[in-house]
Design a binder for this molecule. Sequence first.
Ligand code: MFK
Length: 546
Amino acid sequence: MAFLQDPPQLPHPYRSDRLLLAWLDRALPANRRAALDADLDALGDYAVMAWQRAGATTRRKPVLTQWDAWGQRVDRIELTPAWQEGAAMTTRHAVLAAGHGDSEHARLEEFARVYLYHLASEFYTCPLAMTDGAATAIKASGNRELIERALPHFLSRDPATFWLSGQWMTETAGGSDVGDTETRARQDAAGQWRLYGRKWFSSAVVGEAALALARPEGAGSGGAALALFYVETMDGARRRPELIVDRLKDKLGTQELPTAEIHLDGLPAWPLGELANGVRQVAPVLNVTRSWNAICAVASMARAIALARDFAEHRRAFGRPLIEQLLHAQTLADLQAQFEGAFALAFEVAHLLGRVEHGAAAPHEAALLRLLTPLAKLWTGKLAVAICSEALECFGGAGYIEDTGLPQLLRDAQVYAIWEGTTNVLSLDSLRALAGDGLGPLRTACTDWLDGGDDMHAASAIRQTLDAAARWLDRHAAARDTLEAGARGLAFTLARCAAAALLARQASWSSRRGDPRPAAALHRFVDLGLDRLVTPDADNTALLLG
Ligand code: MFK
């Protein structure tokens, strides 16, 4: 019999994830930490089961049936097994409900669950993120009627009453530029608002509710004239006839997720608040879903590295396991250090969100959260693609073969940079976030995170890079075009500085407990460089693109 390579084994995503274990041990009070364990353990078990199931079954995609045999419009969508299990898993383990508990730690406890559930859920986490965003925006609106109507469903712990919410913004004209929204809102004779238009990407068409942007009849153009509406999609067990599913999207990745094009033909709708400033009203949704995006991006990195690491221990080449080949080990260690930085930034955003929501944050931390949210989203989105690509290469040709389950990691990862604002849109958003207090809140936070650390080389590199970023901002403050053209370089630099300072905090904590690995990650992360600042050259750009 010819040689057969053993496939990579997925280590238990919770019990074997030293980063997650250490982060939770440091950040949570002992009683809350202990209370979290059973759900995380079960979600880790589910992830192992899902990985094994995917390896043993033929991959399926959702199927849309628009008409039944007798000519009745039905728009029925058949879902994959993980999607059919989604409501039960979510409610059983309080994936959403945990985040809305009465504690500054609620969001961290939620996002630890999300991190473990995400890949096994086959991106059921996408509509969960939007449901979480909708719950947050409805709470922020103060609209008592909608709070009482929707939140018991969105945060339910019973699958029978659980509802998913969509977030209907993207249109053929308005993708990143939501202000170009063409969907109209009109009141009928009874005073009921109804929506008319076409939404081009609807990720949760199987949901029971959605938040939708629309332009009230008679309102002007642009984003400020939009209003934010709450809609329900079901009439008992049937989809409402005013919601028409045109087709499912054929996507590069996230293929289990039934993303649809839809038409609204008079769907009843209720405004969340004032009939204007819809973009401002939807901002809580954007910020919550961007936090989900960052956590899910690091979950993809964790999975890719765990599999590549396992394979390196078992695969032999040139007479030795790959892990003993110095260049291969060097490559894996670089991936690990980048991942540890990304993990730290994404989970800090998660914890900070809960602290700010519960009034437990220091004065500078609301502005810090406003800045770190787009930074975490944009940097982890890009890094997930790079890490998954490198991890696939660690398997040689096997990494390119569909039924190993590996290419899917890379194809799925590409979505993180696109969802919820592209890298450039998020870079410009970080300029919006810096417009208030500039680098002050980030500098204060980095000083706190570096306090008491013993890696002087890292601390000095972080401070020097923040100084360089401050000089860059000062130099270009008056030249908006240059500032915008360089926004991506600035955003990556600030994200890396924040991540390094957070790694330093984690390294100090772990070193005192005898674990030197986070300090090694910090050292390597800083050696990979923090500064990504660029000096935009408009003439050169014009020549190259001319
Ligand atoms: C598994 C992981 C799950 C992840 C979820 C998956 C779901 C995927 C589905 C999607 O991807 S849905 C599509 C998501 N679309 C976007 O994210 C849109 C991207 N475009 C932007 O974010 C643009 O920057 C934006 C639409 C916000 C620009 O619109 P405008 O109207 O030109 O913005 P403007 O005038 O600067 O801001 C309007 C107001 O909103 C301002 O407040 P004021 O009215 O008080 O001045 C802004 O400060 C405020 N604002 C904008 N972005 C904000 C924000 N406030 C807080 N946080 C933000 N992020």
